[in-house]
Design a protein around this ligand. Structure first.
Ligand SMILES: Cc1cc2nc3c(=O)[nH]c(=O)nc-3n(C[C@H](O)[C@H](O)[C@H](O)COP(=O)(O)OP(=O)(O)OC[C@H]3O[C@@H](n4cnc5c(N)ncnc54)[C@H](O)[C@@H]3O)c2cc1C
Length: 431
């Protein structure tokens, strides 16, 4: 990684500063650098230290909200292209993703999704119980069927985004790790610079791709963003026999075959909703998400209430919350994960011998409607927000980055940007 650790070498000016070295920030820097646009990416910790290396590695169109499905279809094509140009193995492959249905009700939900997404080229279809057995190479008809997408892909998150960052630097992007951006300066309503912990960088455009930190950053500028954090726990297992080459979703346990022969396993939706002061402000907006998942989601008032994601105000010459937590590394729920592994073994008896090799937690940045925000807020010309990918951003991240770059360049967007507008929340109430 050609990160710049020497503060004296931080550029004094550039055209675009990207805040955040997750998949959105890194892909934005890559696409800009490929166009010859001067770009500096500042990451407070290390590239892909947070969500972008902690996720399951699913690159899926199946099950997406129709509002973001076309963007995901574009993103899937970008994944193929970028993976082919990295010059290193990131475990990318089009291996198919299936959502297994244990009951007719679950199968009916998949059918509803197919109905809602008619007209999109997603390539998903329903499998019969026999076809599901054939796919899983078993013959017990345990499943009522599945939603199967042969063209869905997967990759190793820990490898993918750092490799993309290396490609971005080869294309001319400057990537600076351990460099928090504290604030954005503007004059006459137009962005003119960012203030980092290592000094100021003059620029015309700032892209905020700060993941779970975006709300805290914007609140300090006086801008509202109804974004909250959900903690999710994941495990990696020891190597075991192949159940699938790709990924399988099911209520009790979802898994992906890793390139090391083990599995990344977790339970979809089983998460902890982090109660921070902003949660009370935005609770109403989040009630539908909470109501849908109340059985499997815990509410938790923890250190985060007063901690880095709590209520903070700082000046540009003061230490910011981003310097206090370089890499957000939440403690995983081991008890839950033991239970998830038991479910995985029940669903897939071939996994009987695998054991937990590693566990980790990740904080997911969620919006009330679980669709990203990609927008330039009024009164802040040149500040582009790209955040709130709501637990689906590994797959759609490259597409979000391309939309951001098209917006910056004044080009026609490849998909309608209206569903991603920040103002969709203020129409319902205060953002
Ligand atoms: C457990 C888990 C499982 C998931 N599974 C999947 C999956 O299978 N498929 C899928 O598509 N998605 C999945 N996701 C979601 C996906 O990982 C995220 O949506 C995506 O990685 C978000 O990328 P990002 O670039 O927006 O944010 P992040 O990856 O969170 O990156 C933001 C970066 O910004 C930095 N930053 C923040 N503020 C500042 C600042 N002021 N200055 C400098 N740097 C700053 C942070 O340090 C961080 O590195 C999962 C997420 C989790 C946690």
């Amino acid at each position: 990684m050609s990160a710049i650790d020497d503060p004296r070498r931080l550029p004094e000016r550039t055209e675009v500063v990207v805040i955040g070295g997750g998949i959105v920030g890194v892909c934005t820097a890559l696409l800009l650098a490929e166009k010859g646009v001067p770009v500096v990416l500042c990451e407070k910790g290390r590239i892909a230290g947070e969500q972008s290396s902690r996720n399951w590695g699913w690159i899926r169109k199946a099950g997406r909200d129709p509002r973001e499905l076309q963007l995901m279809i574009e993103s899937a094509a970008m994944w193929r292209d970028i993976a082919g140009r990295l010059g290193e193995d990131i475990g990318y492959g089009i291996r198919g993703i299936s959502y297994l249905a244990e009951t007719e009700e679950e199968l009916a939900k998949h059918e509803d999704w197919l109905d809602a997404c008619q007209g999109f080229d997603h390539g998903s279809r329903l499998l019969s119980p026999q076809e599901t057995d054939d796919l899983l190479k078993r013959n017990d008809r345990q499943f009522a069927g599945a939603l199967y997408t042969a063209s869905d892909a997967s990759a190793e998150p820990g490898l993918a985004v750092p490799a993309m960052a290396r490609l971005a630097t080869r294309c001319g992007a400057t990537i600076v790790e351990n460099c928090a951006v504290r604030s954005v300066e503007r004059s006459g309503g137009k962005v003119r610079a960012v203030v980092t912990e290592q000094g100021e960088i003059a620029c015309q455009t700032v892209v905020l791709a700060g993941g779970v930190w975006s709300r805290t950053f914007l609140e300090n500028l006086g801008l509202g963003l109804p974004q909250l954090a959900i903690k999710s726990s994941v495990m990696r297992t020891t190597a075991g026999p192949e159940v699938t080459a790709g990924a399988l979703g099911a209520t009790g346990a979802s898994l992906r075959r890793r390139i090391d022969g083990g599995y990344t396993i977790a339970r979809s939706g089983a998460a902890e909703f982090q109660i921070v002061p902003a949660a009370f402000r935005h609770l109403r907006a989040f009630l539908p998400v909470l109501a849908e998942r109340w059985r499997i989601m815990k509410l938790r008032v923890g250190p985060e209430f007063f901690g880095p994601l709590g209520h903070h105000r700082w000046k540009a010459d003061e230490i910011s919350p981003f310097e206090q937590v370089r890499v957000m590394d939440p403690t995983p729920d081991r008890k839950l994960l033991q239970n998830v592994l038991a479910s995985a073994k029940q669903l897939h008896p071939r996994l009987e011998g695998v054991e937990i090799a590693e566990t980790w937690g990740g904080l997911i940045d969620v919006m009330p409607d679980e669709v990203p925000v990609i927008d330039e807020p009024a009164g802040w010309d040149g500040l582009v927000i790209a955040t709130g990918l709501s637990g689906h951003g590994f797959g759609i991240g490259p597409g979000v980055a391309r939309l951001v770059v098209q917006h910056i360049g004044g080009k026609a967007p490849m998909v309608d940007m209206a569903p991603f507008a920040l103002s969709r929340f203020s129409r319902r109430g205060k953002a």
